[in-house]
Structure formats: C-alpha cells, structure tokens
Design a protein. Structure first.
Length: 310
C-alpha cells in the first residue's frame, strides 16, 4: 500500500440559475490539489498550503481538507497519522466551490490512501462537514457534484438524498471569473426571507423544465428553463456589468446564463465547444471594457469526479 497520494478535485457551478441550493454540476477546471502522506505519529497535520496568500489556517480542525480527513479517520476508527499539503488552484470567493473542492479532494484521497474501504457515496458526509467549516452551513450543491462528477440534484437534506442527472454529450459550460470578491455570507444575507407564490411557481416550473431538458437532451428546453426570478435579481447587483455580460452571452449563442453559486463568477451553458469558446470571449470583452480583470474557463460537464494524479 502506498505511503502517499496526490488527488485533484474540480470546481463546480451551484444553483444553476433556478436551482438555488439544490442543483450543481462539475467542470474540468479550475480545481484544488491535495497530497496526503502517512506519518509515524498519530494526528492530522497540514504542513503546507500554496495559492491562498496565507489566508487559510494550517490547523487541521479549522480547514476544510483537514476536517474531511479527520472525520473519515474518526468514522473508521483509525489513528493513522496523516500530513497534508494543499495546493489551491482556484480563486477564493469566486462562486466556484473552492472550499468544497478541497474537502472533496481530502475525503477521496484519504479513502484511497487507506485502501478504499468506503464507496464514493459514503464519502459525502465527510466532505460536507469540511464544507461546513468554511461556510457555516453544510450545503451539498458544490460538494456532491465535485465528488460524484456530473450534474447533481440535492432532492433532500433530511435525509440526504442526492440524484445524478444525465446530461447531453454536447453540453458545454463557459465560466468567467471577474477579479472581484463576493463573500458567500454577504450574498446569502441579502436574499429575501419570503417570496411571492407567483415567483415560486415560476421557479418550480423552471427547475422541472431544466431537469427534463437535460434528461431528454432538449437544448431549447434547457435554455428556456435557465431563468431565476428569485435569487439572481437580488445577487446580480453585487456583480458589476452582470446584465451586459448576460446579454452578450445570449447574443453569442449561449442557451442560458446565470450566477455561479453566490458569484461573482458567471456561467453560461452552451451547445458545443465552439459556441462555449466564443461566449467566453464575449463575456471577457465586457469585463475588459469595465477595467475588471478576469479568467475564463471552458469545459464539458465533468463526469469523472476526483482523480488520482501520478
């Protein structure tokens, strides 16, 4: 059995317009990388974190990856000592599930390193606990797609019920991350506590339509359903140029466009890679005109989940 392991876990798009807190999907990049090494003394330590600008705690009980590993070891009753190196390869406060990717990489890596005794489904609670440390709440809409790959529906939290949704082979995503930060807690605090029945009905129809469109490979239905009448109108005010970016995205051929997670990243679902690339360029041009730096990521829906790196 190996003494160390290196694992990559990918970023995710959560909410997916109409699916606030219940929908998410994985992309190929960016993501986080962890290296776990066995050590001779008990306990979990984090010896190094790169790419965080010194913002993350090296205390394993205060870090998403450390918590996921600790939870796993506690569950299987192991006192195996573990040292962790975390390479953050995605931006903070981006709306792309940065903390979730770290937690998923940790949970997946420790299971593989110690023989893979638990199934992928059984690893989900450990990754969720890691996410709780970062966000203060145990949401699974980033964690589940990063762990399982693909497009995921969180049907219920009590009890936890996660469903993978098939997606059309030509479905691509173009994400733009403007270099501004929208703290998740702030983005959640500005949401309305009560919504109109009329808006709720519209949103339910869009969620159902999006799921049906994905499963039937009906791209037009996917596009019609990517509408958020509850969260986006409030959160979009935190993202400079959002309406212009959305308009440019749709005019360039995107099926639909919305805020990734709590923002500021903006995702667009597209049919085909060529369209996704052009949509990414159109969105980038808007932010450049506003004087805001940005990164663009284009990929198919990542069906693989975490991967072991050589």
């Amino acid at each position: 059995m190996s003494e160390s392991i290196r694992v990559f876990a990918s970023a995710t798009v959560a909410n997916v317009a109409c699916g606030f807190d219940i929908l998410g999907f994985a992309v190929n990049a960016p993501g986080d990388e962890v290296i776990l090494k066995k050590k001779n003394t008990p306990g979990v330590t984090i010896s190094q974190i790169t790419g965080d600008g010194g913002r993350l705690s090296l205390n394993s009980q205060e870090n998403t990856v450390g918590v996921a590993v600790l939870q796993y070891l506690n569950k299987i009753g192991s006192d195996q000592g573990i040292d962790i190196t975390l390479h953050k390869k995605m931006p903070f406060g981006s709306g792309l599930g940065s903390s979730a990717a770290s937690a998923v990489a940790g949970a997946f890596a420790i299971n593989e390193l110690l023989g893979g005794s638990l199934s992928t489904e059984e690893l989900l609670p450990f990754a969720i606990e890691g996410e709780r440390i970062a966000c203060g709440s145990a949401h699974a809409d980033n964690v589940a797609p990063s762990l399982f790959g693909g497009f995921v529906l969180i049907r219920s939290y009590q009890p936890l019920d996660v469903v993978r949704i098939n997606t059309p082979p030509e479905l691509y995503c173009a994400i733009i991350h403007p270099q501004i930060e929208v703290p998740t807690k702030e983005a959640r605090n500005i949401l309305k506590k009560n919504i109109r029945m009329e808006d709720a009905i519209t949103q339910w129809g869009n969620v159902a339509g999006l799921i049906a469109g994905l499963m039937q490979s009906d791209y037009a239905l996917i596009g019609r359903s990517l509408q958020d009448v509850i969260v986006e109108p409030v959160r979009s005010i935190l993202i400079p140029g959002f309406e212009k970016v959305k308009q440019a995205s749709l005019q360039t051929g995107a099926l639909g466009c919305g805020i990734s997670g709590s923002g500021p990243s903006i995702f667009s679902l597209c049919r085909g890679q060529e369209t996704a690339v052009q949509v990414g360029k159109a969105k980038q041009q808007i932010f450049e005109q506003l004087g805001i730096g940005c990164e663009v990521y284009t990929s198919q829906i990542n069906q693989q989940g975490p991967v072991i790196l050589e």
